[in-house]
Design a protein around this ligand. Structure first.
Ligand code: NDP
Ligand code: 1BO
Length: 323
């Protein structure tokens, strides 16, 4: 996929990828899951001091107001809305055609924005209001994919969102969506890092012109697989005189994916985007791409699996037996 260079305040080169729609997605964005009340400061720091132009949030993260406040403060400091790329996501409890537009309106209000750059279906399953973890009988349902997608398409036609896409889809589900979509999803946001390469999905998306955004690019932390301390990552970081965080971000970029590391720490926020004036040499890239024990961090068993009742009796069911 083509990358295009744009100028940032630090003189840093922020590359971006071209989406099917023709719009550009900045290659590195700030993730905001579990950022809570600190999201305002993180977003402001990222935009004004780090040179980020891409912010990833979601209704489910409960931090859209804080993210919106950070964006507003950055705009007061001179950053233009048209230079930003803001993503949010439609949560599972709202995953029915009639809830798509009202939920987007809440998101826009909370973010204090008139439009989103990208609106994503967060997970391809509907949850009942107040669903428990793990889910009880009647908490998890299949969703009306065609009906929901039609409403997403209308949001794009009405210019409330510039692009639409999905997260956590499998090849099976993407094929189902592609069969009914009038507007092809621009982006598929999925877990990807050297501990979960997910090559098959990446390949499928590339063939179909769907841009991939890699989430949890550092392996996440709480309950995750924090790759910052991985031996191979550490060795290559030392060799290249970079930090493990930068090596992990760069690995994602060199695979043609945009990457959305989360941090609340101002130094790490700034560090994670300093990845544009160097490359991981082929041999080291291959070593990172050969890390064994491939495993998802976000298998999401606790959210969706009920072993006795419901459509998802196992983690393999969530991922359509493709892993
Ligand atoms: P990441 O892989 O981004 O890892 C975040 C963790 O790494 C935090 O604990 C952070 O701590 C730490 N960290 C950040 N930078 C560095 C660094 N340079 N060195 C050492 N440690 C570092 O995890 P996430 O799971 O948060 O994924 C990123 C984003 O992807 C999310 O925030 C969210 O926006 C999105 N996402 C989307 C999902 C979906 O279903 N669509 C699912 C999961 C994530 P600290 O804050 O202290 O720096
Ligand atoms: C359950 C939400 C996962 C992070 O996007």
């Amino acid at each position: 996929m083509m990358a295009h260079a744009t100028f940032t305040p630090e003189g840093q080169i922020t590359e971006s990828f071209r989406l099917l729609s023709g719009h550009k997605i900045p290659a590195v964005g700030l993730g905001t899951w579990r950022s809570g009340s600190q999201a305002t400061h993180a977003v402001f720091t990222a935009l004004v001091e780090g040179g980020y132009r891409h912010i990833d949030t979601a209704w489910e993260y409960g931090d859209q107001k804080e993210v919106g406040e950070g964006i507003k403060r950055a705009m007061h400091a001179g950053i233009e809305r048209r230079d930003l790329f803001v993503t949010s996501k439609l949560w599972c409890t709202e995953l029915s055609p009639e809830r798509v537009r009202p939920t987007l309106q809440i998101t826009l209000q909370e973010l204090q924005l008139e439009y989103l750059d990208l609106y994503l279906i967060h997970w391809p399953f509907r949850l009942s209001e107040g669903a428990s973890k793990p889910p009880k009988e009647g908490d998890v349902f299949d969703f009306d994919m065609e009906g929901v997608w039609r409403e997403m398409e209308k949001l794009a036609k009405d210019e409330l969102v510039r692009d639409i896409g999905v997260c956590n889809f499998t090849i099976t589900k993407l094929n189902k969506l592609l069969a009914v979509a009038e507007l092809i999803p621009s982006v598929c946001q999925i877990e990807m890092h050297p501990g979960w390469r997910n090559d098959q999905m990446l390949q499928f998306c590339k063939i179909n012109g769907i841009h991939v955004t890699a989430y949890s690019p550092l392996g996440s932390q709480e309950g995750g697989r924090y790759l910052i301390h991985d031996q191979t990552v550490d060795r290559i970081a030392k060799k290249l005189n970079k930090t493990p965080g930068q090596v992990l971000v760069k690995w994602g970029l060199q695979r043609g994916t945009s990457v959305i590391p989360k941090s609340l720490n101002p130094e790490r926020i700034k560090e994670n985007i300093k990845v544009f004036d160097w490359v991981i040499p082929e041999q080291d890239f291959q070593a990172l791409s050969s890390i064994t024990d491939q495993k998802r961090v976000m298998d999401s068993e606790d959210i969706f699996v009920n072993k006795i009742e419901g459509p998802l009796r196992s983690v393999a069911d969530i991922w359509d037996q493709e892993d």
